[in-house]
Design a protein around this ligand. Structure first.
Ligand SMILES: Nc1ncnc2c1ncn2[C@@H]1O[C@H](COP(=O)(O)OP(=O)(O)O)[C@@H](O)[C@H]1O
Ligand SMILES: [Mg+2]
Length: 256
């Protein structure tokens, strides 16, 4: 579904990512791990069009036979093709209600243009209603229906993380990119998060590319793992293979 080939991203003299290649197959959960500043978030920023890579190719195949070259497309276009992400630091509209946060996510999928929304043409009103119902459904799915009118910023941390994912899901993504979803969570919240990710993957037929600093999370749910260190791929394989890899152990102990 996603193929990254020889990706290099330089920021001035800093090589955030160097000749990185990876593949995410349809229906998989693939992990991307590595110490701080290894270049993980940079990979997501390049996939989603935030940065244009110095070199390399990225192709996305949302449906069989429909291949898009992502490099050069705008973030908005890439999102519309079916790639959505969450951020390492939560980015919700804190002052808006829980429901409105999801509702806004859904608007990305709205087919009607601005004109029809202003004059409220019938198909627009119908779409609005569908989006409203879908937003409610997603809230129920993540167990936040009772909090729909609360301010997003008033929710505990673990719930905010789930809300962020619901907002991403509202855009009907094919590929979901999660940047350190367990960051700042306690062990209980982390356990729940692992289950939640597996649940939404099944329910919405998602493919997931997951960045995690915490080994235990990524080991638990990934089928395949890529390990970056200083922008370079130092290992890849199954969780078991990666865990036993000497270079990986060294990279982690080095920062530990
Ligand atoms: N916009 C940017 N401008 C300059 N340097 C950047 C930028 N984004 C990332 N970097 C640098 O790239 C390296 C990798 O960062 P990042 O991808 O955020 O790592 P990770 O997510 O693995 O912690 C770091 O040295 C970071 O300072
Ligand atoms: Mg990061």
């Amino acid at each position: 579904m996603l193929r990254i080939e020889n990706l290099t991203m330089k920021f001035g003299g800093v090589v955030a990512c160097s000749e990185f290649s990876a593949e995410v197959k349809k229906g998989q959960i693939v992990g991307l791990i590595g110490p701080n500043r290894a270049g993980k978030t940079t990979v997501f920023n390049v996939i989603t069009g935030v940065y244009k890579p110095t070199e390399g190719r990225i192709t996305f195949e949302p449906r069989e036979g429909e291949v898009h070259e992502l490099v050069g497309l705008s973030p908005d276009r890439i999102a519309k093709l079916g790639i959505c992400r969450t951020f390492q630091n939560i980015r919700l509209f804190g002052q808006l209600s829980v429901l409105d946060n999801v509702f806004i996510g859904s608007h990305l999928r709205l087919k009607s243009n601005v004109f029809s929304s202003v004059v409220r043409l019938p198909h627009y009103v119908k779409e609005e209603k569908e989006i409203y119902e879908k937003s409610l459904y997603l809230l129920e799915k993540i167990g936040l229906q009772d909090f729909r009118d609360e301010k997003a910023s008033s929710l505990p941390y673990g719930m905010q993380r789930r809300l962020e994912m619901a907002r991403a899901l509202a855009t009907d993504p094919k590929l979901l990119l999660l940047d350190e979803p367990a960051a700042g969570m306690n062990p209980q919240e982390t356990m729940e998060l692992i289950e939640f990710i597996q649940d939404i993957k099944e329910e919405f037929g998602l493919t997931i590319f997951l960045i995690e600093h915490h080994m235990e999370v990524v080991m638990e749910i990934s089928e395949h793992i890529y390990v970056l260190d200083h922008g370079v791929l130092i290992a890849e394989g199954s969780p078991g293979e990666v865990q036993r890899n000497a270079k990986v152990i060294e990279a982690y102990l080095g920062v530990g």
